[in-house]
Structure formats: C-alpha cells, structure tokens
Design a protein around this ligand. Structure first.
Ligand code: SF4
Length: 379
C-alpha cells in the first residue's frame, strides 16, 4: 500500500473574507482550545481503518492554522505520532499560514516542531484588491511574513494567488506575478475566483457594488501565469499548481493520485485509497460535542462502485500534467478507456483538449482551461 497523508482542519480565521465558503469562523481562544482537545482525542481514538498506511505527509489546513499556539500544534503532532506510524526521516509537514498572523518567534517554534513547508495565502499584492476581498492583511504584511519565513529557515514555501478578481486588470495581474516570482517561493498555487452563493461577495456583485468577474480575462491571466512562471523555471505539474523542480506538494499529490489520506477535525474528508470515502461533521460546535460524548464525528460514508473508482482515477489523474497511463489504468480497473470512451476521446482530441504520448493521455494547455468539460465525460 502507498504511504498515506494526514489532513488536520483548523477552522478559525482572524476575520472572514468576503468570498469564503469554507468551514471556518472567527478565532476565539476558549473555543480553539476546546477544539484542539477534541482533535487530539479524535486522532488518538481513531479506528476507521484497521491497518492504516504509514504516514509521510501531514497537512494543517483551514482556516488559518497559524493562529494556534506552538503548544497546541505540538499536542496535535504528538497525538499523530502516538496513533500512527510516521516515516520520521522524510515526512512533509505543511502548515497554511496567512500573512501577518505569525511572529519570528512563533515561526521558530513551528520549525522546531518539524513544520517544514509553509503554504502562504498571499492572494494578491494589490492592497485595494485585498481590501475588496475582505482579507485582513496588506501586501506589506505578505512581504514581511515571507522574510520572517526565510529567516526562520523555511526553504519550502508555497504562495496562493487568486486571479479573476472583480475589477482586476491584466496589467495588475502582471505586477502581481512579477512580485511573486521575484520573491521566488518554491511553489505557486493559482486559483480563479469562484463566487459562491450566500457569501458577501456574491451579494455585492448582485447589488452592483462590485463588477462581475470576467471569465475570458481570467483565462488570459492563467495563460500569462503559465508563460511567466515557466520562463522563470517553474514546472506546471497540476492544473492549478507550479513549482521549482522537486518541490511538488507531496500531500496534495496524494489527492490526485488516489493515495490514502485520513482527515481530522470538522469537515475533514478521508479516503482509504481504495473504495471508501468518509467525512466529518462540518459545524465546529457540533463536532466538539460529538467527540466529547465519545460519538463518531463521521456524518457521511460513501462506498464507491468500481465504475466510480475508475472514473475518479481518470479525472483526478488528468489534473496532473504528466497525464494518466492508460495501460496501467486498464490493468488496475479491467477496462480500456480507449474502448469505453472512444467517441469522447476522439472529440476531445480533435478539439485539441487532450493529447496522447504513447500510453499516456494528457490535457493540453487548452484542455486545462476547459478541464471540467473533459472530466464530465468520464463521470
Ligand atoms: S483566510 Fe481563507 S479560510 Fe479564512 S476566511 Fe479567508 S478565505 Fe476563508
């Protein structure tokens, strides 16, 4: 069995961004402490799989995990090392951090605890865009926190950038790219803004207080990003992710390659690497209550059919620019995609969305922009 990843969800933020629909709320010390205690208990009592795989990646996501204290992070890590076999010599431990939420001293503590990768929510270097998104930091905070990270010894840092913001221009996006690439983080994650119903941003757009995001412009931003980052030595290894050679996110790659991962905390998802998926209660207070009553926090369990597992392996695998090996896929699932989806594959190939390389099938650059159309053919 391949090694597994652990995902820890920390559902607290300093303030709420206007576009956010994640399971997260405003940080409050007492609730955060109760939540960490519940998390530790969930990890220690976890029995969803009889023989879990060894762990070689741990990911603190959120929310803003860097709002927790070093002792709270330490308590969670100790629980993980108590309950699981962790590949000590080579474990990737990522923490999502937001600019302005960490001090040099705290970063030093995180390093001491073994956090060796920072995923950093820069988003944009334009203060007006940050304000429109309701982000609680400025571009100066991003620059300063990045310096703190380097000074503390973090040599594997990822930037999150968002494109397609209301009112954002191609020139503005280019300045963002220039500044990001000049700082030379090891990894870049790129998101197109999605407007989710029920968020303040959706309401602002509906009332005409902010312009509609422009999809065509966002596509141009995506292309510009690939060109500029490519020229600067970054490899485009997944639809939304680029990195300097050797700095792929090992944890996130598990999601795309069908490796097992075990999620803890409210709204966390898990996968056994075969046919079982399950997910936890989304609400923080209800999650804590369930754990305190020794009840299971799992609210949904899905048993995949062979057909679903095969489709997932295809459309998740196609997110990787290296593509999917169809011969390997045939051996694993006993069905040849070239026969079962002959018409769709011919259509996508004629439209220039996919290409073949021996037994490999890959998205082209145009295919990455229309990936949902390609994926829907396999579902
Ligand atoms: S920092 Fe991230 S998780 Fe927190 S409110 Fe903003 S978008 Fe949501």
């Amino acid at each position: 069995m391949s090694s597994a990843g652990i995902y820890i969800h920390i559902p607290f933020c300093r303030s709420r961004c206007s576009y956010c629909d994640f399971a997260t709320g405003i940080y409050e010390g007492t609730l955060a402490e109760r939540y960490v205690q519940a998390l530790v208990k969930e990890v220690l009592n976890w029995q969803d799989i009889e023989h879990p795989a060894a762990i070689d990646t741990i990911y603190f996501g959120g929310g803003t995990p860097s709002l927790l204290s070093a002792s709270q992070i330490e308590a969670i890590l100790v629980a993980i090392h108590t309950r699981f076999v962790v590949t000590e010599s080579d474990v990737e431990v990522t923490m999502e951090m937001n600019p302005g939420t960490v001090t040099p001293a705290l970063l030093g503590e995180f390093q001491r605890l073994g956090i060796n990768r920072a995923s950093f929510g820069a988003q944009t270097f334009d203060d007006r865009e940050l304000a429109r998104l309701g982000r609680s930091h400025t571009a100066q905070d991003t620059r300063q926190t990045f310096r703190y990270l380097r000074d503390a010894g973090f040599s594997n840092v990822s930037f999150d950038l968002i494109a397609g913001l209301p009112g954002q221009t191609l020139d503005g996006w280019e300045r963002n790219l220039d500044e990001s690439l000049a700082l030379r983080p090891e990894h870049l994650s790129f998101y197109l803004l999605e407007v989710h119903e029920g968020t303040p941003l959706a309401e602002h757009i509906r009332r005409g207080m902010q312009p509609q995001p422009d999809d065509d412009l966002a596509a141009q931003m995506y292309e510009l990003m690939l060109d500029r980052a490519g020229s600067a030595g970054y490899e485009h290894y997944e639809i939304s992710n680029l990195c300097l050679p050797g700095f792929e996110s090992r944890h996130n790659t598990k999601y795309w390659m069908g490796a097992p991962y075990y999620g803890f905390g409210c709204s966390a998802h898990s996968y056994d690497g075969n046919l079982r998926r399950w997910s936890n209660e989304r609400d923080v207070a209800r999650y804590v209550d369930l754990i305190q009553r020794d009840a299971s926090p799992v609210v949904e369990r899905i048993e995949l059919s062979q057909h679903q597992a095969r489709a997932e392996a295809l459309f998740l695998g196609l997110r990787m620019m290296q593509g999917v090996d169809l011969r390997q896929h045939h051996l694993q699932f006993g069905a040849d995609v070239r026969e079962s989806h002959e018409a769709e594959l011919a259509r996508f190939s004629d439209a220039g969305l996919i290409e073949y390389d021996g037994d490999l099938i890959k998205l082209t650059r145009s295919g990455t922009l229309l990936s949902n159309e390609v994926f829907s053919a396999f579902v």
